[in-house]
Design a protein around this ligand. Structure first.
Ligand code: NZQ
Ligand code: ZN
Length: 393
């Protein structure tokens, strides 16, 4: 049964090869001063920077640059961005990059006018925004996080060894996002595949929870099938526009709040993955890939009916003559074969985790209550140990 909910997604999407022209419609809505936020320089190499800057100038904008947003953006960088935005008295923050740049832009947007330390207020205490929010627009260059159409903003505090996401309300969603699949063609394969698994994980986090008969689960099965199909094409030919455009759109719908409406969700894989990320600074999607199967195999007995459904509806496992356990396990085997085929990192050792980090990673893992089993600290340790290289065949 679908529970009660309110649904609204205020992000306007411009999609396709000409999507950047959307800036001509959007920029006039905001004041003169624009904070142009980007990462380590990929947009300068592939020409996106030049195209964006030329439109900003054509539209008469004053540009203040905030470059060098790192993957897994840090709280120190956030403080720096707030200073820049204040100095430029900016009216719009334009994020040009992947999830890190987009998440960071949202963090700056809510923090510039915040009287307190934004890390404490938004990330440790998880409080709502009660000050002015600077609008954010996004030009997406890396697909996976869904940050282009949601209120998520993940910030890492390397000193405290914590990586925390705040899911802000729709007042913080990007006002508009430019989605041109061609922009993703220059992504290194490692980032591309990490993004594919991030999308898959977002869907699974919302799918593996509850046992009701609801439309959201059917939507997710459709998204998963399309993702598996298109990602296998993209692995062979990264410039296949049809596949890359499908994947870009799936990523947005996987985490733009729609499929979570009216149902419970889990998010424990992300909590473990984020803690691994806080210790290793590893690529987000790969942290999820490395812990997912050990986690799902651990909780499978507690949510057997859903794991069986997943095996049959998503991985086309034939259930005839098999026990529920056999069908469910076969589904996870097929998932594993797919993960290996597209080249995901399958253990946390390869991400830099060593035995002495395991207790700390478990301590930094937030425990969620929407999954099929509420984990104990020891359960997390067990899952992390099962994710170490020596324990994976
Ligand atoms: O910094 P540059 O030089 O741009 O290079 C980036 C970066 O090194 C590169 N890249 C991006 N677009 C490219 C490109 N290289 C060549 N061509 C292009 N077109 O890719 C690298 C990774 O970029 P990043 O933005 O870090 O990746 P992603 O989009 O996966 O974002 C990861 C961050 O998002 C958070 C993660 O925790 C992590 O901090 N997440 C945000 C979520 C949300 N807002 O809802 C949910 C997710 O679960 C996730 O937690
Ligand atoms: Zn994710």
């Amino acid at each position: 049964m679908l529970g009660n909910f309110t649904y609204s997604n205020p992000t306007k999407i411009y999609f396709g090869e000409n999507a950047l022209d959307g800036l001509y419609s959007e920029l006039p809505k905001y004041g003169k001063n624009v904070l142009l936020v980007y990462g380590g320089g990929s947009i300068k190499k592939n020409g996106i920077y030049d195209n964006v800057v030329s439109i900003l100038k054509e539209c008469g904008k004053e540009i203040y640059e905030d470059a060098g947003v790192m993957p897994n953006p840090t709280v120190e960088k956030l403080y720096e961005g707030c200073e820049r935005a204040k100095k430029g008295n900016v009216d719009l923050i334009l994020a040009v990059g992947g999830g890190s740049v987009c998440d960071y832009a949202k963090a700056v947007s809510v923090s510039v006018h915040c009287k307190e330390d934004p890390w404490d207020k938004y990330y440790l205490r998880m409080e709502d925004v009660d000050n002015e929010i600077i609008p954010v627009g996004c030009v997406l260059t890396m697909v996976g996080t869904g940050s282009e159409m949601n209120g998520g903003s993940v910030i890492t505090n390397p000193t405290q060894k914590l990586k925390i996401g705040h899911v802000f309300g729709d007042n913080v969603f990007p006002k508009f996002s430019i989605l041109n699949p061609v922009y993703t063609f220059t992504l290194p394969k490692y980032q591309m595949t990490a993004g594919f698994f991030d999308i898959m994980s977002h869907i699974l986090e919302q799918y593996f929870s509850g046992e009701d008969d609801n439309t959201s689960d059917y939507l997710m099965e459709g998204l998963l099938k399309s993702l598996i199909h298109s990602s296998l094409i993209a692995i062979d030919n990264p410039k296949d526009y049809e596949a890359r455009s499908n994947i870009m759109w799936i990523a947005s719908w996987a985490l733009n709040t729609l499929v979570a409406k009216g149902k419970s969700t889990d998010w424990e894989v992300h909590m473990i993955g984020q803690s691994v990320g806080a210790y290793t600074d590893a690529t987000h999607g790969m942290t999820l890939a490395a812990v997912s199967l050990p986690y799902y195999r651990f909780i499978m007995p507690y949510g057997l009916a859903k794991f069986k459904r997943y095996a049959v509806n998503v991985w086309n496992v034939d259930p005839s003559g098999k026990s529920d356990e056999q069908v469910a396990a076969e589904g996870l085997e097929k998932m594993e074969a797919y993960m290996r085929k597209i080249g995901l990192v399958m253990n946390i050792s390869d991400l830099g985790v060593t035995e002495d980090m395991i207790e700390g990673i478990a301590d930094g893992t937030f425990i969620m209550t929407g999954g099929y089993k509420v984990l104990t600290h020891d359960d997390v340790v067990q899952i992390l140990k099962a994710s170490m290289k020596n324990n994976i065949s």
